[in-house]
Design a protein around this ligand. Sequence first.
Ligand SMILES: [Ca+2]
Ligand SMILES: [Ca+2]
Ligand SMILES: [Ca+2]
Length: 203
Amino acid sequence: MKNIIRLLALSALFFVPMSHAAFISSLHDGFEGEGQAASVLNYNSFINWDITDGTVDLISNGNIWGISCSSGSFCVDLDGSSNNAGVMTTKEGFAAGKYKVSFDLSGNQRQGPFDTVTVLFGAGSLLNAVVIDWDAGWSTYSFMVDLVDGDKLSFANAGGDNIGAILDNVSVSAVPLPAAVWLFGSGLMGFLAMRRKAKSQHI
Ligand SMILES: [Ca+2]
Ligand SMILES: [Ca+2]
Ligand SMILES: [Ca+2]
């Protein structure tokens, strides 16, 4: 009986890592799936994002403000329409590991001088603070990051003049282990199999 209890306690220990399944390992969002017909000011119903402070605007490509998205029909003005620029944070946390993060950002396309966008992971690990001129065209920004379990990605435009940098095509992908590691792993397995075979021939 004692052994069974011990076994149960041990298996409970082994099952702890299963909770990692709650974390995601990729996110690709060009804001095309929100199901809106036009721009929505102070939009707060994103599929993949919580607005954890202030507001952002969902922008329809070529709207009355003449804002062009990087691709597709929708993108996001990171400074909404409430005089309090938003903080956009992924709803889900990412599983620990190495990731490639990229996103498209343009200037606010309306008035000078510039906007500053802070890109963060987790509890304040700064990925970058992008200073972007109002008339800067679309650029893709890419980074490699090491994440711990539960890290969330967030974007925050400084200020609150309702005119923020424009975000599109956010992509976060886990970077697979280098092929060399797999080769080494299968080589090791082959070696062990050979050893096992050699051993059995001795008997
Ligand atoms: Ca888009
Ligand atoms: Ca706005
Ligand atoms: Ca601004």
